[in-house]
Write a protein that binds this ligand. Structure first.
Ligand code: NAD
Length: 475
């Protein structure tokens, strides 16, 4: 199918293009230029979309699993066929550099293919002459998917693939900051999926709220901030919707004194700054043992000087801009607070003049534990380095947060690193690596970083209800 990825953005409702009376602009964060008009769905359109998804559910949910799996794998094929357009559009609307776009679009293809291989087995709890007790998983109905602006394609696929394999239909709402790739994905899939199975609607935060309140929507799968997650939990209570919430994080990285400083510095740099640190699982607080603090902080600063921040579409750019004006203002305020508090900048800290939401790689020298740059999720390239000497103390400091998304521990003594990992209150703890994700590995937050799991069979199961069938053989 031939699609122009760079103009004419429409929603997908019941397998057809839909525009809206109202529109909003999408921007290129590297230039601040408006790049597209985006339909702003009305409440009536949302009603129509949910009705469409509901109407498509009986046929989709009773289609053999193998056919649903094959169609989800074909979503991956369709993305792969158009991967260059997706990458260019992703850079244009999100800002990320080419390597990041390749990672995200390549990952989306892999996720479709791998989730398409998953199947939830029927569990035979009892099989005797008298009776059979089977526990099987059945789809829920219409699922609402709501995604953020940092990885708009991959995080949408994390929802679409399992929801559809499990037999649900979906209404997907991308972030108003990054709707373009998702709208084009909907357009591309009009030829792949039966009408109504995947609907894509665009609009502001209100549209998300209407979706989460809707009585015909049986589940919300949400990725975004903890503040919005709380609102969704509240509004989902109306019809006791199932919810999966993947929320914010303030991930600690603990660096033990026996690491190879040079090698680890580079890994830690990317652990913190990948995607311009607009990454839920970025290392956001770096706890460094006092014995290597000076050496490692110097190595980080030296490495930072080799990294180019710029327009993601330009060759040689390593890190793109902040994705949107609101987040840019938040980061400026955070930097202003750090400066006013007298914190010492080892790198960055000054916002350059000119167009584009650019924040330089900023590294802050051992701020107090209660500084805002330590307690808040910056969601941008502002990294505090923190000194520690005692393991019990650093574990307590690492856990002193409402979040519990992920963490990492770095050290040659694996036994010691492992014993620290076990004490961290987080859904994922990496040892001597970071950000290795897989469609077959469960991912989810502890504490206020979320509820539920994405990926793996546990993630697939969240798109189903458990149903027990008891058959008495005596009759
Ligand atoms: P956000 O919560 O502002 O928005 C996310 C989505 O929710 C958008 O589509 C938005 O339109 C929608 N929304 C806003 N208000 C709503 C409401 N009342 N009801 C329903 N939907 C509503 O988050 P963001 O700023 O786009 O993303 C950044 C946040 O996402 C960070 O905190 C980050 O850590 C988190 N995040 C978490 C993960 C994870 O897997 N845990 C992954 C990526 C991002």
């Amino acid at each position: 199918m031939s699609i122009d990825f760079f103009s004419d953005y429409t929603m997908t409702i019941n397998g057809r293009a839909a525009s809206s009376d109202k529109c909003f602009d999408a921007f290129n964060p590297a230039t601040e230029a408006a790049i597209a008009k985006v339909p702003d769905a009305s409440r009536d359109q949302l009603e129509e979309t949910v009705a469409t998804a509901k109407a498509a559910f009986p046929a989709w949910s009773t289609r053999p699993l193998s056919e649903r799996q094959a169609l989800v794998a074909r979503i991956g094929d369709a993305i792969e066929t158009h991967s260059d357009d997706f990458m260019r559009l992703l850079t244009l609307e999100q800002g990320k550099a080419r390597a990041g776009a390749e990672w995200e679009i390549g990952g989306s293809v892999i996720w479709c293919r791998e989730i398409a291989k998953q199947e939830l087995p029927v569990h035979l709890a009892e099989q005797t002459e008298a009776r059979t007790v089977e526990i099987r998983r059945v789809p829920l109905g219409v699922v609402g998917g709501i995604t953020p602006w940092n990885f708009p394609v991959l995080l949408a696929i994390w929802k679409i693939a399992p929801a559809l394999v499990a037999g649900n239909t979906m209404v997907l709402k991308p972030s108003p900051w990054t709707p373009l790739c998702t709208l084009k994905l909907g357009e591309l899939l009009r030829d792949v999926l039966p009408a109504g199975v995947l609907n894509v609607v665009s609009g502001g935060n209100d549209l998300g709220a209407w979706l989460t309140q809707h009585p015909e929507v049986r589940k919300i799968s949400f990725t975004g901030s903890t503040a919005t997650g709380r609102k969704i939990m509240e509004s989902a209570s109306g019809n006791l919707k199932r919810i999966t919430l993947e929320l914010g994080g303030n991930d600690p990285a603990i660096v033990l004194p026996d690491v190879d400083v040079e090698k680890t510095a580079k890994k830690l740099f990317w652990a913190a700054f990948q995607n311009s640190a607009q990454f839920c699982v970025a290392a956001k607080r770096l706890y460094i043992h006092e014995d290597i603090y000076d050496e490692l902080s110097q190595a980080l600063v030296a490495y930072a000087a080799t990294v180019k921040v710029g327009d993601g579409s330009e060759q040689g750019t390593d890190l793109g801009p902040i994705q949107n004006a609101v987040q840019f203002e938040k980061l400026k305020a955070l930097l202003g607070d750090a400066r006013a508090s007298g914190l010492r900048f080892l790198a960055g800290g000054e916002i350059p003049e000119g167009r584009g939401y650019f924040v330089p790689v900023t590294i802050i020298d051992n701020p107090p534990e209660n500084a805002r740059v330590v307690t808040e999720e910056a969601f941008g390239p502002v990294l505090p380095l923190l000194k520690f000497s005692d393991i019990d103390d650093v574990v307590a400091r690492a856990n002193r947060t409402e979040y519990g998304l992920a963490a990492s521990v770095w050290g040659k003594d694996i036994g010691k690193a492992r014993s620290i990992a076990e004490r961290i209150e987080a859904g994922t703890v990496w040892i001597n690596e970071i950000h290795s994700f897989s469609p077959h590995v469960a991912f989810g937050g502890h504490k206020q970083s979320g509820i539920g799991i994405e990926n793996a069979l546990e993630g697939l199961a969240e798109y189903t209800n458990s149903q027990t069938i008891v058959t008495n053989h005596a009759e």
